[in-house]
Write a protein that binds this ligand. Structure first.
Ligand SMILES: [Zn+2]
Length: 336
């Protein structure tokens, strides 16, 4: 059974290719973070190696092993920021191993499948090494590249892949799925669906694990604190954030994304468009703060927050980026 929700078009495409025996050697799954790219890639690996007549069955020995990441022919290459915060790219050494094993026949299944997560982080040398393998692919090998930004991949890699784009799922569909699948209240489903902005993977993780939403709320509260802070307190908070970035980059990217949404919500609330806000759980805070921050200040801090995220990803000094951002976040207007 295909486990990805709301991506019927992509699934049909893959299903037809499987039925007609027209499997491409390289696929590129594109789409925003938490949309289901990894789930779909693992499902594809199952479908290619499934032992039953309607793949992926999800229950045969192969499907189960792939679900448990213990199938000898399915390899996931992923740069885990938490394992090694110094690493910012997928290097040539890891890819050399992949290219070497790509030349061997499947060990226990029908296809050797290599899933390259966050393929935009492949180093130039690693990309070039892979290029040689995907130009003349050995039989029974399938590469599946995943990315949220295909413009950062080597164009020659993109051109050799069949590109499958995963789209944001309509919010109403996310809400309906959550209500039907989890024992949570309709209000909760609605909130999570809105916060997910159609990234169904995020909604599922938030429905299954309370800590996802708590982290999100803590992030928004931090921003509200900073808005109330003076310059000295802002620089102290910036130092904390820079230290956190060194330990866990993804958590900082995720928080900046939450901030961007909250700042946009403040702007929308100030414009009288409250019905469009994402952070419906902070409605009272939005109502109160939006009257105390100037429009131009808000607009500037939205673009500063966006730029900070881009600069961090491009390896600009984290301390510099964070100091600059924290000093430029909106200031509460002095009440008269
Ligand atoms: Zn199966």
């Amino acid at each position: 059974m295909w486990q990805v929700k709301g991506q019927e078009k992509a699934i049909n495409l893959i299903d037809q290719a499987l039925k007609n025996g027209l499997i491409a050697h390289s696929y590129l799954l594109t789409g925003p973070e938490h949309i289901g790219k990894m789930t779909l890639a693992k499902n594809m690996a199952q479908a290619l190696n499934c032992e039953q007549s309607s793949p992926p069955c999800g229950e045969c020995r192969s499907c189960l092993k792939i679900a448990n990441s213990s199938h000898a022919d399915v390899t996931i290459v992923s740069l885990s920021q938490e394992d090694d915060s110094e690493k910012t790219e997928i290097g040539i050494d890891r890819i050399r191993d992949i290219c070497h094993s790509a030349n061997m026949s499947p060990y226990e299944g029908k296809f050797r499948v290599f899933i390259i997560d966050k393929a935009e982080l492949l180093s130039p040398a690693a990309s070039n090494a892979l290029l040689k393998t995907i130009e003349e692919p050995p039989p029974q090998i399938v590469f599946i590249f995943l990315t949220s930004d295909s413009s950062r991949l080597l164009p020659t890699i993109v051109s050799r892949c069949q590109v499958i784009s995963l789209k944001l799922v309509p919010i109403s569909q996310v809400e309906q799925f959550l209500t039907q699948t989890y024992k949570i209240s309709p209000e909760r489903s609605r909130l999570l669906a809105w916060l997910s902005r159609g990234r169904i993977g995020w909604a599922i993780s938030a429905a299954e694990d309370e800590s996802t939403i708590i982290k999100h709320q803590e992030g928004v509260k931090k921003l509200v604190d900073i808005i109330n802070d003076n310059e000295e307190e802002r620089l102290e908070a910036a130092a904390d954030m820079a230290a956190r970035f060194a330990k866990n980059r993804e958590s900082v990217y995720s928080m900046l994304n939450d901030w961007l949404n909250f700042l946009r919500d403040l702007l929308l609330t100030g414009l009288g468009l409250s019905e469009l806000v994402i952070n419906v759980d902070f409605k009272a805070v939005l109502d109160s703060l939006s009257t105390k921050i100037g429009f131009s200040d808000l607009i500037e801090s939205i673009s500063e927050t966006d730029r900070a995220s881009v600069d961090l990803r491009h390896n600009v000094s984290p301390r510099l980026v964070v100091d600059n951002l924290f000093l430029n976040l909106p200031k509460r207007m002095v009440e008269v």
